[in-house]
Design a binder for this molecule. Sequence first.
Ligand SMILES: Nc1ncnc2c1ncn2[C@@H]1O[C@H](COP(=O)(O)OP(=O)(O)O)[C@@H](O)[C@H]1O
Ligand SMILES: [Mg+2]
Length: 249
Amino acid sequence: MADSIVKVENLTKHFEELLVLENVSIEVLRAENLIVFGKSGSGKSVLLKCIIGLMKPDSGDILINNQHILELSLKQLNKVRKDIGFLFQGAALYDSMTVRENLSFPLKRHFDDMTPKEIDDKVKYTLELVSLEEAIDKMPSELSGGMKKRIGLARSIITDPALMLYDEPTTGLDPITSKEISELILNLQKKLDMTSIVVTHDLICAEIIADRAIFLKDAHVAFEGNIDELTKSKDPFLKNFFSHEIIKV
Ligand SMILES: Nc1ncnc2c1ncn2[C@@H]1O[C@H](COP(=O)(O)OP(=O)(O)O)[C@@H](O)[C@H]1O
Ligand SMILES: [Mg+2]
């Protein structure tokens, strides 16, 4: 049996009378990249928030590393979260801190046994991974949009998470920067052996990153398979969705 890092079983989530997810089940294998597609408002961000325990589903089960996270105490949950990195939509750097301070922050919070030298070395190493060593003493206001995204990415992987969750990592970037960020996500995943769940509606990003994709529609997983199958689907809804995406990018 393949080793799964995330298992979502029959997840249902309402907001009052709005049914966002109904009996959604997904499994993500270790070192796999799963893309989650869906129109705006289809529950993609809600799904990610449930997976990291920021939102409680109405029913269903979520296992991370074979642990039922809905049954954990906050202390136990925080231990599981230590192994999860996330890059949320519009995630901002701390404006009043340098890049070095921004990247040191998660290390100081999670690892109280690291020395200042170890922290600094880890910051430099991680900046190298995103090819921005020279930005170490810059303030966020001195960086371009693409550079900020790279630093945000560096900050979310600096604690060596086994699982990375990305919510629209390329939204708001021009197509070239989008492609660079997508390639960076793929390279980091390979180099660091990470598992990633990437919510996006950027088809170019998905084609670069994906091993497998799911499509959320009407609170359900309407499709599951590889990107090629998805983009070549004869299903009128999917055809329409992807023809619009291709025109947009
Ligand atoms: N905290 C909340 N309270 C009420 N409704 C919410 C909340 N979070 C999300 N929703 C609603 O749930 C639906 C799915 O939201 P979301 O997962 O953010 O969509 P998307 O697929 O665009 O990421 C939307 O209709 C949104 O308005
Ligand atoms: Mg969203």
